[in-house]
Structures are given as structure tokens and as C-alpha cells.
Design a binder for this molecule. Structure first.
Ligand code: NDP
Ligand code: 2IT
Length: 444
């Protein structure tokens, strides 16, 4: 058994109760095997794989808050500081009832490689809570965010760890958390990204993950002889990533025909009306089932099913493991050409392999959705120099970063005789920089 397999076995034993984390580690290790082989004795001596799979630290804490009826409620808060070899820990905060240590560890692990791929100096971390913002009043959300930050503020800072948004954490939550950090620490610094424009946020950050996904997808298709123009695009999710992915897909000439939320999905064969979706989701915080009130000819279906629609390009932008083997089979049967992940780990390993084996261009989230965190790093730069850049300037930088990531992962895969395997390319290219820094820093 080689070094990679031995460590994978150890991690599987030690964290048998963390399925999402094990899924992320397995996927990365499988594609790193050839890279490790070239330097096996050095990496083993330096325990690179043991160190890269064990977070620097994992912080868990109680988050008590008072609901509108006066009752004290308690949630669990998390921050996993995974690896800061190439920069301060950086990664979002997820607020969703499904959050647990396994979920935060998988996200933190992915973030280490993703952040490396951006080419910017940011390490990897992730956090959040099992708090569900859905159905809560603004005051309750504020009470939760203030209590969460009262504890979290001890561990973060502009040069140590810089959280941001993720599922359930948008502009409103970041605002409340920033206010509490400033109040307790007495520091006006770029400790969070995704901030409002009036207090240090960056233009384009709201759109960045979705737009970045499309800049990369466009480059991928161009390098294979076409482009988004004229393509039928299926998008899942109806949150920050999905909405701005759909917006840029339309700007590039694609027709977006689906969106989904955790209750169901819409099919609008004439192309989704994004103004309606923004009103439903961003303004009213309502369910996607409302969509047919705006567009009576569209269909709303309860439950899963978004991948059953005929499309050329599929962009999963909701959550982990939302595109499974049967979905992959359906997509292939319907002639899908490319699947690019806007969400983190939305495609199961089995489904990923099926897509790749059937000639579908597949780009994993750690490359395809890196535009969000890349723009967060640009927000950090602007905060450090106390300046703000124009929309076009940030957008152009984002475009350059995403096309650069595509070519970087394409080249990395080719270098190891895996041309076209962007999963391998992303893992190899992301790993290289982190390992280089880890070796330079010695045993720490
Ligand atoms: P949002 O909270 O804005 O939106 C999430 C969307 O996904 C909602 O439509 C939500 O539906 C749906 N969803 C969430 N959980 C589930 C579930 N268990 N089953 C079905 N649908 C679900 O989050 P984001 O758009 O920010 O994040 C989406 C994905 O993109 C996540 O994987 C996130 O980690 C990833 N990502 C986000 C980045 C960012 O900058 N925001 C950057 C890079 C990746 P409902 O409203 O019903 O809950
Ligand atoms: O998964 C992700 O990359 C994010 N949620 C964004 C993280 C960030 O720090 O902007």
C-alpha cells in the first residue's frame, strides 16, 4: 500500500463518522496519487498528507440568543481554521440546520485548495452554525449574529482569519456580525468580506461567484470550440450563486430554463425571468413556488428533478450532493456537454465519474466557484489600502483570475497525463502551492 492509500485509510478510520469530510478527502487523494508518487519519500517524511488533512484548529462554541417570544434558544457555532500556509484563513460562514463538524471540515478542506487556485495569498477555513435563518424575524437574526460574533471575535482578525458569506449568510448577516466585531474589538478593519458598499465592501462581490463560474465555463467551452451563446442552461439553487450565475449566463447569450430551492424547482422553457426571482428570493425571502404567479406558463415541481430537463450546460449551485448518479445518467442521456459546479461538492463521486467517462466536460467547485473567494481577497486588498476600485476594474480582475484558473488546471492535468480531467487538474494545481509553503515552514 502506497503512502497516499495508507493516510487515506487512517483518515477513514479516525473520522468514520464524518462522511462529507471523507468524501472530500477521498476525491482529492485519488487524483493526487501520481503527484505524491514523484516525491513519496519526502512527503512521507514530512507527513504532508497527515498534516493537510488535520485542521490547524477547530473551534466549537455555544450560541445563546433570545427569540421573539422571550425564550432563550441555543445553537452550536463552528470555525475550522484548516491551513494558513499561504495566507490568513479565509472562507465563508454557513447558517443552515444541516451544519455539523463534518460539513464544516469538508468545506474548510476544499477551501484550502480553492484559495490556492486563485493565486492570491489566502489560507483555508470555514465556519457557521446549525442556526436556521429561515422564518426568523430580522431581530432574531440580529440577536443570533451578535451572539455568534461575541464568541467568534476572539479568534478572527484582518490578518489572522477573515470569514465571509455562504449558505444562509448574506449581506444582512455580515452587517450584523461586522457591527458586533467592531463594537467588541474596537477595530475598524477588513475582518469580514461580503460587506456592504457603505462600510468597506467591494463592488462585484455580490455577483462574483456566479459571474466567475460563467467566466470559467465560457473559457472552457471556447477552448472546446463553442461558447455559452445559444446554449440551454440548467441551474439549481436560487440563492446568491445561482442568481448571478443565471444572470451572467443570460448576458453571454445562454437560455437559463431552471432554478430550484429546497422545496422544489421551476422550469421556464422561455427562459427564466430573473427580476421575478430576485424579487421572490432577495426582497421577499419567499419560496420559489411563487414564481408561477409571475410567469403562469412556467412549471413548478415539488421535490427534486431539476436535472431531468434537457440542457447543454448544467450548473449545480445549491448544496453538496445534489447531483447524484441517476441525475448524471439523465443529463448524459439528454446530451449535456458541460457540468461546472457553482456549489461546493454538489456532485457525488459516482456521478462525477459517470459524467467524465461519458465525455462530459466537468469542472469541480474548487476551481469553478473560486470567483467568490477571489473577489473576497480583492476586497481585503482594497480594505488594506483603504481605497475602493470600480466595478469594471474588479470585474476585469475576476475575469482574468477565472480564465487563468481554467488554463492552470488544464495544464496541470495534462502534465500528469490526465488531459481533460479537471478534477485532477484542480487538486494537483491547488496542492502544489500549499505544499511548497508547508515544506518551507518546517514541521508546524
Ligand atoms: P444561499 O443561501 O444564497 O442559497 C442557497 C440555495 O441553495 C437556496 O436556493 C437554497 O434553497 C438551496 N439549498 C440550500 N440547501 C439546500 C438543500 N439542503 N437542499 C436543497 N436546496 C438547498 O447560498 P449560496 O448561493 O451562497 O451558496 C450556494 C452554494 O455555493 C453552497 O454550496 C456554497 O457553499 C457555495 N458557494 C458560495 C459562495 C458564495 O460566495 N456565496 C462561494 C463559493 C461557493 P432554500 O432557500 O430553500 O434553502
Ligand atoms: O465557498 C466559498 O468559497 C465561499 N463561501 C466564499 C468564501 C469567501 O471567503 O468569500
Amino acid at each position: 500500500m502506497g503512502y497516499t492509500e495508507r493516510v487515506l485509510e487512517q483518515v477513514r478510520k479516525k473520522y468514520a463518522y464524518q462522511p462529507e469530510f471523507l468524501q472530500a478527502v477521498s476525491e482529492v487523494f485519488e487524483s493526487l496519487e501520481k503527484v505524491i508518487e514523484r516525491n513519496e519519500s519526502l512527503y512521507e517524511k514530512e507527513a504532508i498528507l497527515e498534516r493537510i488533512t488535520e485542521p490547524d484548529r477547530q473551534i466549537m462554541f455555544r450560541v445563546p440568543w433570545v427569540d421573539d417570544s422571550g425564550k432563550v434558544r441555543v445553537n452550536t457555532g463552528f470555525r475550522v481554521q484548516f491551513n494558513n500556509s499561504i495566507g490568513p484563513y479565509k472562507g465563508g460562514l454557513r447558517l443552515h440546520p444541516s451544519v455539523n463538524l463534518s460539513v464544516i471540515k469538508f468545506l474548510g478542506f476544499e477551501q484550502v485548495f480553492k484559495n490556492s487556485l486563485t493565486g492570491l495569498p489566502i489560507g483555508g477555513g470555514k465556519g457557521g452554525s446549525d442556526f436556521d435563518p429561515k422564518g426568523k424575524s430580522d431581530r432574531e437574526v440580529m440577536a443570533f449574529c451578535q451572539s455568534f460574533m461575541t464568541e467568534l471575535c476572539k479568534y478572527i482578525g484582518a490578518d489572522t482569519d477573515v470569514p465571509a458569506g455562504d449558505i444562509g449568510t448574506g449581506a444582512r448577516e455580515i452587517g450584523y456580525m461586522f457591527g458586533q466585531y467592531k463594537r467588541i474589538r474596537g477595530l475598524y478593519e477588513g475582518v469580514l468580506t461580503g460587506k456592504g458598499l457603505s462600510y468597506g465592501g467591494s463592488l462585484v462581490r455580490t455577483q462574483a461567484t456566479g459571474y466567475g463560474l460563467l467566466y470559467l465555463t465560457e473559457e472552457l467551452l471556447k477552448c472546446h470550440g463553442s461558447g455559452i451563446d445559444g446554449k440551454i442552461v440548467a441551474v439549481s439553487g436560487a440563492g446568491n450563486v445561482a442568481i448571478y450565475a443565471a444572470e451572467k449566463a443570460m448576458q453571454l447569450g445562454g437560455k437559463v430554463v431552471t432554478l430550484s430551492d429546497s422545496n422544489g424547482w421551476i422550469y421556464d422553457k422561455d427562459g427564466v425571468d430573473l427580476d421575478a426571482v430576485k424579487e421572490i428570493k432577495e426582497v421577499n425571502r419567499a419560496r420559489l413556488s411563487e414564481y408561477t404567479k409571475y410567469r403562469p406558463n412556467a412549471e413548478y415541481h415539488e421535490g427534486r428533478g431539476v436535472w431531468s430537463v434537457k440542457c447543454d450546460v448544467a450548473l449545480p449551485c445549491a448544496t453538496q450532493n445534489e447531483l447524484l448518479i441517476d441525475d448524471a445518467k439523465e443529463l448524459v442521456k439528454n446530451g449535456v456537454q458541460a457540468v461546472c459546479e457553482g456549489a461546493n461538492m454538489p456532485t457525488s463521486i459516482e456521478a462525477t465519474k459517470y459524467l467524465q467517462e461519458n465525455g462530459v466536460l466537468f469542472v469541480p467547485g474548487k476551481a469553478a466557484n473560486a470567483g467568490g473567494v477571489a473577489t473576497s481577497a480583492l476586497e481585503m486588498s482594497q480594505n488594506s489600502e483603504r481605497l475602493s476600485w470600480s466595478f469594471d476594474e474588479v470585474d476585469a480582475k475576476l475575469g482574468g483570475i477565472m480564465t487563468g484558473i481554467y488554463h492552470n488546471i488544464d495544464d496541470a492535468a495534462a502534465e500528469y497525463d490526465m488531459k481533460g480531467n479537471y478534477v485532477a487538474g484542480a487538486n494537483i494545481a491547488g496542492f502544489a502551492k500549499v505544499v511548497d509553503a508547508m515544506l518551507a515552514h518546517g514541521a508546524c
